[in-house]
Design a binder for this molecule. Structure first.
Ligand code: BES
Ligand code: ZN
Ligand code: ZN
Length: 489
């Protein structure tokens, strides 16, 4: 899809459809008289109220060169923000694409033509275009494609072109994450993720290093290997490094760590079969760190960033780990595996410690870690857990700007009592209540006191239902927050 910035006035834009945003309290001042009259009439007749995400489509609008005019509601002007803008962009694509329209144009003026707004528009268009149809062979599912999107503004500038590029890069990276997260586990094994990481590194100029099973055994990553032992698919720890050319003396080093369970049966503590097919997305954290690295390799932040993705398959077999098994983590702490379905924290424990020992000064992990986070926050917000207020605030600020909603949860040390084991240093589950918190508390010792934020994305990495601006399936959360965090460091 081509995204182009232009300064063609609204009436002169030749496109399959011209998209304009209408607020509840005004008509776009830049439209010609005929189009304004049509809009006003539609409002007076009660057909279009300009409420958020409402739409109205006209064919052959008088006085416009565009073949169609799509008005999209922006709600009250005072409440409008980049989040709304991103959604409107996605909505326009998802409304017009099924009609076979190949080229669209947005006209924005004033505050709506600011850098942050253009960035959000570009992101929204790219995100709205994604369809989880990779494995559907009916050509009808693929023949409707938006090829060109123009963003018409009163005045062009380098800053706007850059904003467009940023939005596009981030949106494409997030879609890359969504494609990976939606791949079925027979096609996306841990070693296939390794291949993906290698390809990504070669294409975008990142360093890639893979720790294989033998190396992990040498290092003593017993927690990760215990999970992996039940599967015929070998595990891997993917390391992707971005090293900035500018500001090479940056004292900080950010690690992004992502849970990469390519399929989670639960192991011997097996999950119910209903809905188990969704557990292919249990590598969404790994997919998100890969996606973030793809964007960062192009956007080039000033801080060095390294991604760590521990990848395993959690299976049931005669070699699978059993409830009651005691494993020794890379840190040296012993863990009693009371439930083999609490496997994410086991692989993250070793990956987090490895990141620290490799020199990370700040760590952020993303993991589809607990069903309990969806009980707490539904499918709306990512759960945030941290041992460091400053880093937590940085992540929250980045997520706010990126339009990925998050919410902090408590980390009192008293929660550690739930993780006591009679026979090892730590148990891998904390009982019935506060499951997302006890999971986070489990991870905490493995970062050895380094500033760290844990993002539980189990409730938000998958959309069970599509939205008017986004397809159902993998959401690609929290790629945009990761990218912002690094870019604004
Ligand atoms: N991958 C799951 C978490 C999950 C559950 C994601 C439901 C999405 C939807 C994780 O490995 C898991 O199974 N966690 C257990 C932990 C429990 C055994 C303490 C859970 O949440 O039930
Ligand atoms: Zn599990
Ligand atoms: Zn899992």
């Amino acid at each position: 899809m081509e995204l182009i910035l232009s300064t063609t006035p609204a009436a002169e834009i030749e496109a399959g459809a011209l998209v304009v945003i209408c607020f509840e309290d005004e008509t776009p001042p830049f439209l010609n008289d005929e189009a304004r009259a049509a809009l006003t009439a539609a409002r007076e007749e009660g057909e279009f109220d300009a409420k958020p995400l409402s739409t109205m489509l006209w064919h052959r609008p008088a006085g416009l060169k565009a073949q169609r005019l799509l008005a999209v509601g922006g709600g009250p002007r005072a409440k409008f923000d980049t989040d709304q803008m991103r959604k409107i962009a996605g909505l326009a694509v998802r409304t017009l694409k099924p009609k076979g329209i190949k080229d669209l144009a947005f006209r924005v003026e004033g505050d709506l033509a600011a850098e942050a707004m253009i960035e959000a528009l570009a992101e929204g268009v790219i995100l709205g275009d994604y369809e989880p149809n990779k494995h559907q062979t009916d050509p009808k599912k693929h023949d409707k494609r938006v090829e060109n999107v123009r963003f018409s503004v009163p005045e062009e500038s380098i800053a706007l072109i850059e904003a467009l590029r940023r939005g596009r890069t981030t949106g494409e990276a997030q879609n890359y994450t969504r494609i990976l997260a939606n791949e079925p586990a027979n096609l996306l094994t841990p070693l296939k993720l390794v291949e993906e990481a290698r390809t990504l590194a070669a294409e975008f100029g990142l360093e890639c290093e893979i720790l294989d099973e033998a190396r992990m055994r040498q290092l003593g990553m017993g927690a990760l290997l215990g999970v992996a032992q039940g599967s015929a698919e070998p595990p891997a720890l993917i390391v992707l490094r971005y090293v900035p050319q500018e500001a090479p003396d940056c004292p900080d080093h950010l690690a992004l760590v992502g849970k990469g369970v390519t399929f989670d049966t639960g192991g011997v503590s097996i999950k119910p079969s209903e809905g188990m097919e969704k557990m292919k997305y249990d590598m969404s954290g790994a997919a998100a760190v890969l996606g973030a690295m793809r964007a960062l390799a192009q956007l080039k932040p000033r801080i060095p960033v390294t991604a760590y993705a521990p990848c395993v398959e959690n299976m049931v077999s005669s070699r699978a780990q059993r409830p009651g098994d005691i494993v020794t983590s890379y840190l040296g702490k012993t863990i009693e595996v009371l439930n083999t379905d609490a496997e994410g924290r086991l692989i993250l424990a070793d990956a987090l410690t490895y990141a620290v020992r490799q020199g990370a000064t700040h760590l952020v992990d993303a993991a589809t870690l607990t069903g309990a986070i969806a009980v707490a926050l539904a499918h709306l917000r990512v759960g945030v857990f941290s041992n460091d207020k400053t880093l937590e605030n940085r992540v929250l600020k980045a997520s706010e700007a990126a339009g990925e909603r998050m919410w902090p949860l408590p980390m009192d040390d008293d929660y550690n009592d739930y993780l006591k084991s009679a026979f090892a240093d730590l148990a891998n589950i904390g009982g019935r209540w506060g499951g997302a918190i006890t999971a986070a508390k489990f991870l905490e010792p493995f970062v050895e006191g380094k500033p760290w934020v844990h993002l539980d994305i189990a409730g938000t990495a998958w959309l069970d239902e599509g939205k008017p601006f986004l397809a159902k399936g993998p959401s690609g959360v929290p790629v945009r927050s990761f990218v912002r965090l690094a870019m604004e460091w």
